[in-house]
Each structure stands twice: as structure tokens, then as C-alpha cells.
Design a protein around this ligand. Structure first.
Ligand code: ADP
Length: 958
């Protein structure tokens, strides 16, 4: 038995080898190379009976090796070639992978199993070069890779005969090259693969001679011994069957044509095609099919099918199929290559053209470089200004000159550039056209706000003067009042009425002077102040600037912002206001300033001096109802899309508006709604009773902000209900409509805004009040408020040791400021003096300590207006006489019992009305203030004026 080695035709590029190696899988494949021999050896008919190692007789004279490096001297002797190859019945079988060997073709394979290599060496040396073996394609893992993607370690080893295909090839060993991985001198250093194997491998050059059938495996090896039978040579004779001839010829021609086509794109094919006409007999269909199939990279199975086939037509067909696939593959490859190349060249072309364009433009002077363009832009902008002050013009010119000399990437360039950006963004000389029509202005002011007559009149007076003098000069108007009385919103409306741009900035908590005056340009990240930004944003030199919360101006370690504001707001200085960043005078004299404050007392005196003050005192219940009905409700309903209002209507006409509210929902549906819009129920409205309830039980503050919030809440909920019901969508229990009406009245108001916040008008409901309790009136920055003063007596007693304790002491709580604390002391003394007059026998103050408290202890209180109230409370306690619960009083008291005037009468009267007071005691000297407050506020109010305490006493205890 001859032992044969196993061979592997190689098909893996070296990159994949490395990849496998990287995965820890041993790989043994080396690059395969196929050689073509023009021998006529195919299915030869030589008879032989020995082993595959003997014959040395015949040789294939015309075998060709297309590999340039292979030289004929290395090829085996040509004995036993082609038809003359011996027909040994027993051969060493060599399983191969990837593709079967084809007769007439030289293939190089790598063998990895050491025993097999030894056996091959033996066959080769025993019989001299040209020992014979049988090669068979593996059925199991024909590509040398298992189903799980693992490379078969020794593909030349099999476990079962069925692992091999039955038809194989008798092959002659031409050369064995050993590869070692160690530094052995025999190793082939040029061989890449040697370093990839951890053992000995061998490359074996084999020449296929004829097809053989595997009859049996006699020994599994390695190496494998087999018994084979040799195929007889198949010949096709032309002329026997002309129709078949034609088919064969046609197929042959097609194959030739495809090979030629392939040769155009594929260098490997081109090489073979060159030799092909002289070496392969194209009239032999069997030979042609084998040759064609061996050229392709078809799958192992497809190639085996060609090897297997006896019928010339079918064999040709199969080969042609493989070739055609190869051609398609080649085309695809070509297309991909072309696309990639196209893309590359397109972007390259674009780049080249734009570069060319740039240089052409430059040459023609059409494009200046960036810096020149920038300077050009600045000059153009400067030319557009109508009135640039001389100083500013000079600065701009010198900066432009400077920038033209600076390096573009230098930091100074950027600083100068930012500076020029800002300088040119100030709207020098640009003003918006003013509306000097009093009628129009009044319309707009009335449209947006109810009441506020003083503000409106002041603005109208400005306009009138402006008309007479030809333009309104800058004025500073300060609106002072509690939150939510419309200070900010009226300012917006004034801007509208005057046709000026509006800019608001809040100075509440502002402590950095550079917010107003800007940073010096030397700082990193320097910016101009708010005023320069304002001019830039509004684009005019005469906007209306609202300085919000001026009473909350902070004082910081970085200068005093109020001093900076002083410069800004002083009409004699502000025509040349200097911003540190811009460093040129800005004319702010055309700007109309409006400020808002809650507490005038907190505004620095010098600032206050420069302003025209308008006090907004907050709103009374009827006023709030009016504002809600005429302004807030229509606005809220409109903002939620429930009605549409024509803002140009004369809003001063209350009836008009009210009518608009009730009917506009109907009109809207006809005129402005398209089909997709949800129709709003006609009956939807917020009734007066609901607003009254809101004002009385939900929002008691001086302004209308929280009232506005409640109304907004109602309209949002209504909008949700309208849309949900139109869509049939479900709502949560909280948001769904509980009553079957769309009319919000006092009855269903709670469904929309929840339970009332206030449950009773006052802390003490009962009439009269308990002894020692009196209602006073105070004024805070939140508006006027009614607060109780409570007193309690602590009786003098004796301690456990029998010592006297208490009596004649006053204790005060309720977060009172120092002024108010002083008031309590005075009130105490006055009370004692009064009691001595009223009831000389009473020793109440000697026998009791007095504890006085002002509820809402968490709120700090101060001010000199509670003297009379405190005195009355203590007397009520001392005399045991209660005070009626609808009486309130205010006034400072002197040590001798004189009642002194106080401020904030209007706010206090309003607070008293809000608290349901019917009778009020005020200092006599405030009578004039009381007379000035609107009649409706005094309606139903029994006002008494006192100049000394006995008058107060008489009213209180009568
Ligand atoms: P402030 O600046 O005084 O704190 P806002 O200007 O923010 O108050 O006003 C709060 C809301 O009350 C605004 O929506 C405003 O329209 C409304 N409002 C206040 N007073 C009136 C009024 N007299 N007429 C109409 N709406 C008013």
C-alpha cells in the first residue's frame, strides 16, 4: 500500500490567515496558484498495475506554467504524463478543499499533517519526481471551514470514506516545498506562511492527469490508502449527431467568448487567455469545459459537479454557468470600482475648480481678501447713519485705520472688531416716528387699561407739549404702587401710544455698575451696558425704556448702581451718557424713561428727585370687577381661543366690550372659523357674579395679578372642556364639566378654581369685638391692609414666696420695627393718662401687665400710624368696653394725646373697604387727602376725623 499525503489547494488570502490566527485558530492555507498544462492528458487510457510511484516513462512535452517565478527546471520529469500516466489501482488518497483538481492543470496545495507530508515525500522520492496520488474533494467542510466558522485544523484527515466525493483526480507530485516556522536553515524565509504555522507544512505542486473513481478506503491513515478505478478517456467525435454538434459548438464558442470578455477586466483571465489558444484544444469539449471551470472561483460543489460530469453538453453547460457568474461578478466589481473612482474625481474636480475660481477672482479684483471686505462692510454701515456725532465718527475712523494694519489672527484684531461691531450697531441718528395725536394715544391707552387716569393724563400732557415744541424730550416717569396694578403693562401701552420702541430691563438686585455702564474694553469678555444693548436691540435712539423695580436696586462692591442710574436719568447729563465699553458719548436725552417701584421710600433720594412720580394705589372691589370684566376676561378668553377680539375697537367703551364678549363667540363661528376649528358654545361666558366671588373670596391683594391668574385658569379649563367635548374625549374628574351650563357664575365657580382661599372677611367675626381688640389700618409696599391690634391683661399676683409680681409692664410681640415699638410705648403712656381722666379710680394698669400683639407675626411691620389704635385697644381692655367690629382707625399719637397725620390714606381706605369696614377714624389733618379720593371709595363709609384722642374715644366707645 502506498501511503499518500493530503494536499490542500489554497484559497485564502493572507489577510484572512492573520485574522484566523488572531482568533487562536491554527491556519495552514497558503495562497493557491493554478498552473495550466497544455497536455492532452485527460482521462488517459494507459494501463498500469503498480503503485503510484513507479512510472517515469512519458512526459508532457507542452505543459505550461503560467507563474512567472516557476521555472521548468523545478518541474518534475515529464514521464507518465497525460494519457500515458499509469493506472494504479491503489493510490494514496489526498482529501483537498476549496476546489477539486482538474486533469491537465497544475495546482499548488498546502499539506499540514506531518505524517502525510512524510508519506508524500516518500512517494516522491521512492519513485523519483513524479509519484502519483489520488486527490478527492472533501464532502464534509469542502471549504475547510466548519459550519460554526472554525477552520478545520487538518483538512487532509478524514474519519469516514463518505467524507470524500467519489470522483477525484489522479495527480502527479511535481514538487514539494517544506516550510518551517523555526529559524532552521532549511526553512524558506521568503514564505509568508512559514511564520503562520506552528509546525512543519509543505506546499505540493500537483499536476492532474485523469479522473478516477474512489472504490474504497482501505486505511483511514494518515496517510489514507484507497482503491480506485481510472476513467477511460472521453472523446467527442464531431459528425455523429449534427444537432448535438451544433449545441456543443455553440456552447464552446460561448465559453471562448466569455473567457475573452473576462480577460478584458480580470488580469488573471487575461494571462490565461494569452496562452489558451495555443495550448487548449478548443475542439475538445471535455478539455475546454475543464479548463474553463478551473479558471473560475466557483464553489467547491459546483466545480465538483463539472468534474463529475460525463456528458460533454452538460459539462460545457456547467462550465459556462460558472464562467457567466464570474463575468457578472467581474462586472459588479468593475461598477463598484467605477463608482468609487467617480466620487473621488468629482470631489477633486470641485476642489480644483473652486481653487481656480478663487485665484481668477482675485486676479480680476472681484474679491478682496476678508479683511478688506470687513472694512468695506463697516464703511457701508457707517455711511447709512444719518447723524453720527463728530466724536463718534473720529473714533470709528481711527479704529478702521487701526484694524487695517492689524494681523487678522491677532487678539487685538478681534477686540477692535468687536468694538467696531458695537459702534456700528448703535442706531446713530435713527428715531422712530412719533405719534403726536392725543386722540389716538388716548384710544390706545384706554384700550389696554382701565382707570390709571393720572398716568394716562401725564402721557397725554407729554404728547401735547411735544406737539407744541416739536418732539417729546426725554422724561422720567416713576410709577409706584403695589404689585399687579399694571405698572409694567401700562408702560408697554404708553410705548405703543407714542409709537416708540419698548425696552424693559429690571434692576431688581442689580449690584454691578457695569450692567448699566458696561465694562472697560480691556477686560476679557467685556460687554457694553444695558443701555447700549437697548439702543442696538430697538434700533432707535428714542425708545421707551422701562427700568423695573428701581426700589430694589442693590448696592454692590463694584460701584454704586444708583449713581450710574443718576447719570442716566439726569436730563442735564444724559445727552452725553458714557458707556465704558463704547467710550463715546451716547445721547440718551430722546429716550423716555419709565421706572416702576413698590416702595418710593426705598428709592435713593437723589434719584427720586429727578423723577416725576405717579402713585397707583391698587384697586377696590368694584374697580377690580370692572377691570376683570372689561379687560382681563376678554383677554383671557381671546388668548385661549374662545373668542376673537378686534383690538382696534375703542376699548374705553365698556358696553361695547361687554357686548363683544357675549356675542363674538357666535360671530366667530360664522366668519372666521374654518371647518377644522372646534365651534365654541354660544352660551360660554364668565358672569359678573363669578368675578365678584373671585374678588371677594379668592384675591384680596391690592393689584389684579392673582385675579388675572384665576381668570386665565378658568378660560384654560373652559378651552379644554370645549375641545374635549367636541372630540368626545374623556377628561379627568377634576377637569371635566360638572354643571350642564357653559356659563361660569358664582354657583359653579368652585368647579373651576377650587375652594375659596378666604372664608370670612375678618379674623374676628363677632360684633362687638372682644375687649382689647381694635382694627387698625396700615400701609405696606403690597398696598394697604387692615390688621388687628390685640391686647391681653396679665393680672398681678404673688409668687410662691408671697412676693408681689407683675403690674405696670408692657410686653409687645408681632415683629414690630423700632418706630412701631416706640409707638407702643407712647400709646401705653397715653392710655394710662386717658384712663386717669376717664376713670380716676381705676388701678387697672397698676394691677396688670399688658401684652400687646399684632397678628401675622411672621411679617415685619413698621411705621408710625398705629398709635391711636394701640391706645384704643388698651383702653378697651382697661375699661372692659368692647369696640364694634366694623370700625377701623389709623393715626399717630403724640405723648399728650394729639392725633398726628399719616400717609397712604387712599390705600388705607381701600383696605378698610376690602375688610368690610363701615366706620373709619382718621387724623383730622388727613381730611384733605380723604377728600381727594374718588367718591365711590367713600360711599357708605362713615368717616370721622380726630385731632386729639378724646374724639377718637368718643367715636370708638359711643
Ligand atoms: P405690575 O407691573 O404693577 O406688578 P403688571 O403690569 O404686571 O403689574 O400687571 C399685571 C396684570 O394686570 C397685567 O396683565 C395687566 O394687564 C393687568 N392690569 C393691571 N391693571 C390693569 C388695569 N387698570 N386695566 C387692565 N388691566 C390691568
Amino acid at each position: 500500500m502506498i501511503r499518500a499525503a493530503l494536499i490542500k489547494p489554497n484559497g485564502y488570502p493572507s489577510s484572512s490567515l492573520k485574522a484566523f490566527r488572531g482568533n487562536g485558530v491554527k491556519t495552514y492555507w497558503s495562497q493557491s496558484r493554478t498552473f495550466f498544462f497544455g497536455s492532452s492528458s485527460d482521462d488517459g487510457d494507459n494501463k498500469g498495475d503498480g503503485k503510484g510511484s513507479s512510472s517515469k516513462k512519458s512526459e508532457a512535452s507542452d505543459a505550461i506554467v503560467t507563474e512567472a517565478t516557476s521555472s521548468n527546471e523545478n518541474l518534475p520529469s515529464r514521464q507518465g504524463f497525460g494519457d500515458e500516466a499509469p493506472r494504479y489501482p491503489h493510490l494514496t488518497a489526498l482529501p483537498v478543499i476549496s476546489k477539486p483538481l482538474f486533469p491537465g492543470i497544475v495546482t499548488s496545495v498546502t499539506v499540514t499533517d506531518e505524517e502525510t507530508i512524510n508519506a508524500l515525500n516518500k512517494i516522491s522520492s521512492d519513485s523519483g519526481p513524479g509519484g502519483y496520488i489520488g486527490t478527492f474533494l472533501r464532502k464534509k467542510y469542502p471549504n475547510g471551514v466548519t459550519d460554526g466558522g472554525v477552520i478545520v485544523e487538518h483538512p487532509e484527515l478524514i474519519t469516514d470514506a463518505s467524507d470524500l466525493y467519489n470522483v477525484g483526480t489522479l495527480a502527479q507530485i511535481h514538487r514539494i516545498t517544506h516550510n518551517y516556522i523555526d529559524e532552521d536553515e532549511h526553512s524558506d524565509p521568503s514564505s509568508q506562511e512559514s511564520i503562520l504555522h506552528d509546525g512543519k507544512t509543505a506546499s505540493v505542486l500537483l499536476l492532474g492527469h485523469r479522473r478516477i473513481d474512489l472504490l474504497s478506503i482501505d486505511k483511514m491513515g494518515p496517510p489514507i490508502d484507497s482503491t480506485v478505478s481510472h476513467w477511460e478517456r472521453l472523446l467527442y467525435k464531431m459528425g455523429d449527431d449534427s444537432s448535438k454538434d451544433d449545441v456543443i459548438r455553440a456552447l464552446s464558442n460561448e465559453i471562448l467568448k466569455t473567457i475573452r470578455e473576462l480577460a478584458v477586466h480580470n488580469p488573471l483571465f487575461r494571462e490565461n487567455a494569452t496562452f489558451f489558444p495555443t495550448r487548449v484544444d478548443s475542439n475538445d469539449p471535455y478539455r475546454l469545459a475543464d479548463f474553463a471551470a478551473s479558471l473560475t472561483t466557483g464553489s467547491a460543489e459546483d466545480l465538483q459537479a463539472v468534474l463529475h460530469e460525463k456528458d460533454p453538453e452538460i459539462r460545457l453547460n456547467r462550465a459556462l454557468e460558472l464562467l457567466s457568474k464570474e463575468r457578472e461578478l467581474s462586472k459588479l466589481q468593475q461598477e463598484i470600482k467605477q463608482k468609487v473612482e467617480e466620487k473621488m474625481t468629482e470631489s477633486q474636480r470641485r476642489y480644483m475648480l473652486t481653487e481656480q475660481l478663487k485665484s481668477i477672482k482675485k486676479e480680476l479684483g472681484m474679491e478682496k481678501d476678508d479683511k478688506e471686505e470687513l472694512i468695506g462692510r463697516y464703511r457701508k454701515k457707517i455711511a447709512e447713519f444719518t447723524d453720527v456725532p463728530k466724536e463718534v465718527q473720529e473714533t470709528m475712523d481711527s479704529e478702521l485705520e487701526k484694524i487695517s494694519t492689524l494681523e487678522k489672527n491677532s487678539s487685538e484684531f478681534n477686540v477692535t472688531r468687536t468694538y467696531l461691531d458695537w459702534l456700528t450697531s448703535i442706531p446713530w441718528g435713527k428715531t422712530s416716528k412719533e405719534n403726536l395725536d392725543i386722540g389716538d394715544a388716548r384710544k390706545i391707552l384706554n384700550r389696554d387699561h382701565y382707570g390709571m387716569d393720572e398716568v394716562k393724563d401725564t402721557i397725554l400732557a407729554y404728547i401735547a407739549i411735544g406737539k407744541l415744541k416739536g418732539g417729546i424730550r426725554g422724561k422720567i416717569l416713576c410709577l409706584s404702587g403695589p404689585p399687579g396694578v399694571g405698572k409694567t403693562s401700562i408702560a408697554k401701552s404708553v410705548a405703543n401710544a407714542l409709537g416708540r420702541e419698548f425696552f424693559r430691563f429690571s434692576v431688581g438686585g442689580l449690584s454691578d455698575v457695569s450692567e448699566i455702564k458696561g465694562h472697560r474694553r480691556t477686560y476679557v469678555g467685556a460687554m457694553p451696558g444695558k443701555l447700549a444693548q437697548c439702543l442696538k436691540t430697538t434700533g432707535t435712539m428714542n425708545p421707551l425704556v422701562l427700568i423695573d423695580e428701581i426700589d430694589k436696586l442693590g448696592t454692590g462692591y463694584r460701584g454704586d448702581p444708583s449713581a450710574a442710574l443718576l447719570e442716566l436719568l439726569d436730563p442735564s447729563q444724559n445727552s452725553s451718557f458714557i458707556d465704558h465699553f463704547l467710550d463715546v458719548p451716547l445721547d440718551m436725552s430722546k429716550v423716555l424713561f419709565m421706572c416702576t417701584a413698590n416702595d418710593l421710600g426705598a428709592i435713593p433720594g437723589p434719584l427720586l428727585d429727578r423723577m416725576e412720580i405717579v402713585i397707583l394705589s391698587g384697586y377696590d372691589v368694584p374697580e377690580k370687577i370692572q377691570i376683570a370684566q372689561e379687560y382681563l376676561v376678554p383677554k383671557a378668553l381671546q388668548e385661549s381661543g374662545l373668542i376673537e377680539l378686534d383690538r382696534n375697537d375703542d376699548a374705553s367703551d365698556a358696553d361695547n366690550i361687554a357686548e363683544t364678549i357675549s356675542t363674538s363667540s357666535t360671530e366667530n363661528q360664522d366668519t372666521t372659523q374654518d371647518e377644522s376649528q372646534t365651534s365654541v358654545p354660544e352660551s360660554l361666558r364668565i358672569e359678573r357674579s363669578a368675578i365678584e366671588k373671585l374678588v371677594r373670596w379668592y384675591c384680596r391683594e391690592a393689584g389684579v395679578r392673582s385675579l388675572n391668574k384665576y381668570i386665565d385658569k378658568i378660560s384654560r379649563k373652559l378651552a379644554l372642556q370645549v375641545v374635549a367635548e367636541a372630540e368626545g374625549a374623556e377628561l379627568t374628574k377634576d377637569s371635566m364639566r360638572k354643571s350642564d351650563t357653559w356659563c361660569i357664575s358664582e354657583n359653579n365657580l368652585e368647579d373651576y378654581v377650587g375652594k375659596p382661599i378666604f372664608t370670612s372677611d375678618r379674623l374676628y367675626d363677632k360684633d362687638p369685638l372682644p375687649n382689647g381688640i381694635v382694627m387698625g389700618l396700615a400701609w405696606t409696599s403690597m398696598g394697604g391692609s387692615a390688621l388687628y391690634i390685640e391686647t391681653q391683661a396679665i393680672r398681678r399676683g404673688t409668687d410662691p414666696e408671697g412676693k408681689q409680681r407683675g403690674g405696670g409692664m408692657l410686653k409687645v410681640t408681632g415683629q414690630l420695627g423700632s418706630v412701631m415699638k416706640e409707638s407702643t410705648e407712647i400709646a401705653y403712656t397715653v392710655s394710662r393718662a386717658q384712663l386717669a381722666d376717664i376713670d380716676p379710680s381705676s388701678s387697672f394698669f397698676d394691677e396688670n401687665d399688658i401684652h400687646m400683639h399684632v397678628p401675622e407675626g411672621a411679617t415685619p411691620k413698621d411705621g408710625p400710624s398705629a398709635g391711636v389704635t394701640m391706645t384704643t385697644a388698651m383702653l378697651s381692655l382697661a375699661l372692659g368696653k368692647p369696640i364694634r367690629n366694623d370700625l377701623a382707625m389709623t393715626g399717630e399719637i403724640s405723648l399728650t394725646g394729639k392725633v398726628l397725620p399719616i400717609g397712604g390714606i387712599k390705600e388705607k381706605v381701600m383696605a378698610a373697604r376690602r375688610a368690610g369696614i363701615k366706620c373709619i377714624i382718621l387724623p383730622d389733618q388727613n381730611k384733605r387727602d380723604f377728600d381727594e379720593i374718588p367718591e365711590y371709595l367713600k360711599e357708605g363709609l362713615d368717616a370721622h376725623f380726630a385731632s386729639d384722642y378724646p374724639t377718637v374715644y368718643d367715636v370708638s366707645f359711643s
